[in-house]
Every structure is written in structure tokens, then in C-alpha cells.
Design a protein around this ligand. Structure first.
Ligand code: COA
Length: 174
């Protein structure tokens, strides 16, 4: 995880590069467990204990029932093999079933085609464009905002008659 945090090429696909030393990285990781606004998961292949990537659910808001999702498959050799989509699907299940979130969202650099394909495959849809929002590797870049909304709950049909003022509902005097 420390090596991934200092991977310049991957950082260029994310939010730009800023080196981090081992102690600062360790402290950051240790703080995750105490932070109620985030849940971090490691991604592993079935039957293998090695971590191949990370999914983060951040800025969890119980008021707005929203959160932001971030993902990284650590090594290029493991990318493009479907692990990202599967992990995102599991993270979305967790958001719905355990955090009761309605609106998981994320931001992605507009040139990160592979990430956008993976997000789209699990249900994220483009919601907007933040023009020249970030400075990455010597140039301004656009962010695309994507979100996945929970399917609308089916409305129940009416089960009571339309309400009427109580005076009108009184039986007429004999
Ligand atoms: C983005 C990332 C998490 C996706 O995970 P992954 O395991 O590589 O992705 P998957 O294999 O599950 O799915 C990738 C999708 O993009 C497509 N794809 C693969 N390589 C591609 C490429 N070079 N360009 C465009 N699309 C590509 C795949 O066909 C698949 O789409 P499909 O389901 O419509 O066929 C992973 O590539 C990664 O960590 N990249 C580096 C860091 C990064 O970009 N993080 C996201 C920051 S917002």
C-alpha cells in the first residue's frame, strides 16, 4: 500500500502526485479505523491473501445518505481483468445494505477512460463536469462527477378513501 501511495503513474490517473513518507502513510492508515465517515476495504483474489487493491467509501453522510467512492487496483498487471468492477459492485452493495446510502458518488478525471468504463458497468452515471478543476502533471484537467442512485421505491397505491372534513362525514339527522 505504501508503494502504491507513491506510484506517480497511478496518481496521475487520480488527483496528481504528492510523495508521502512511510511514517505519515502509516499514521494515515491507522486513523482510518477511528474515522466514522469512512470505510476502507482491501481487495483480494479468492483463495489468496495478497492485497491487490483498495476500495474506499469516504465522506459518509447520514443526513444526505451520500458518500464518495474511490478505488485503486495496485499493479497494472491486475488491471483490466474485471477485479475493479467486481469490487465496486461489492462496495455498492455495502453502501446500500449496511450504510443505507442513497447516493454514492465519485469524481474521475475526464481522460481516465478505463475507470469510467468500470464505473458505468456497475451503474454509475455521469452527473456533471467540473472544468479545469485540478492541476495534474503540469496541466489543468477536468473532473467528471458520477453517481448511482438507488432505484426509486415503488409507490404504494392508495389504501384509504380520500379524506373528507368530519362534519360532512357525519350521518344526516333523521
Ligand atoms: C480504474 C480501475 C479501478 C478499474 O479496475 P479494473 O480492474 O482495471 O477494471 P475492470 O477490468 O473491472 O473494468 C474495466 C473496464 O474498462 C475497459 N477497459 C479496459 N482497459 C481499458 C482501457 N485501456 N481504456 C478504456 N477502457 C478499458 C474494460 O473493457 C472494462 O469495461 P467493460 O466492462 O465495458 O468491458 C483500475 O484500472 C485502477 O485502479 N486504475 C488505476 C487507478 C485509477 O485509475 N483509479 C481510479 C481513479 S478515479
Amino acid at each position: 500500500m505504501f508503494c502504491w501511495a507513491n506510484d506517480v503513474a497511478a496518481a496521475r490517473l487520480n488527483l496528481g502526485y504528492r510523495p508521502i513518507d512511510f511514517l505519515a502513510h502509516k499514521e494515515r492508515c491507522e486513523s482510518f479505523g477511528k474515522d466514522q465517515t469512512r470505510v476502507n476495504f482491501a481487495i483480494r483474489k479468492l483463495g489468496d491473501t495478497t492485497i491487490v487493491g483498495l476500495v474506499e467509501i469516504m465522506n459518509i453522510s447520514p443526513v444526505h445518505r451520500s458518500a464518495e467512492i474511490g478505488i485503486r487496483i495496485g499493479d497494472e498487471a491486475n488491471r483490466g481483468g474485471g477485479y475493479g468492477k467486481e469490487a465496486l459492485g461489492l462496495a455498492l452493495d455495502f453502501c446500500r445494505n449496511h450504510l443505507n446510502l442513497n447516493h454514492p458518488q465519485l469524481i474521475v478525471l475526464s481522460n481516465n477512460a478505463r475507470a469510467m468504463r468500470a464505473y458505468k458497468a456497475v451503474g454509475f452515471r455521469r452527473e456533471g463536469l467540473l472544468r479545469k478543476a485540478v492541476f495534474v502533471d503540469g496541466a489543468w484537467a477536468d473532473f467528471i462527477v458520477m453517481a448511482v442512485l438507488r432505484p426509486a421505491q415503488t409507490k404504494r397505491g392508495p389504501t384509504v378513501a380520500p379524506l373528507v372534513p368530519t362534519r360532512e362525514a357525519e350521518p344526516a339527522a333523521a
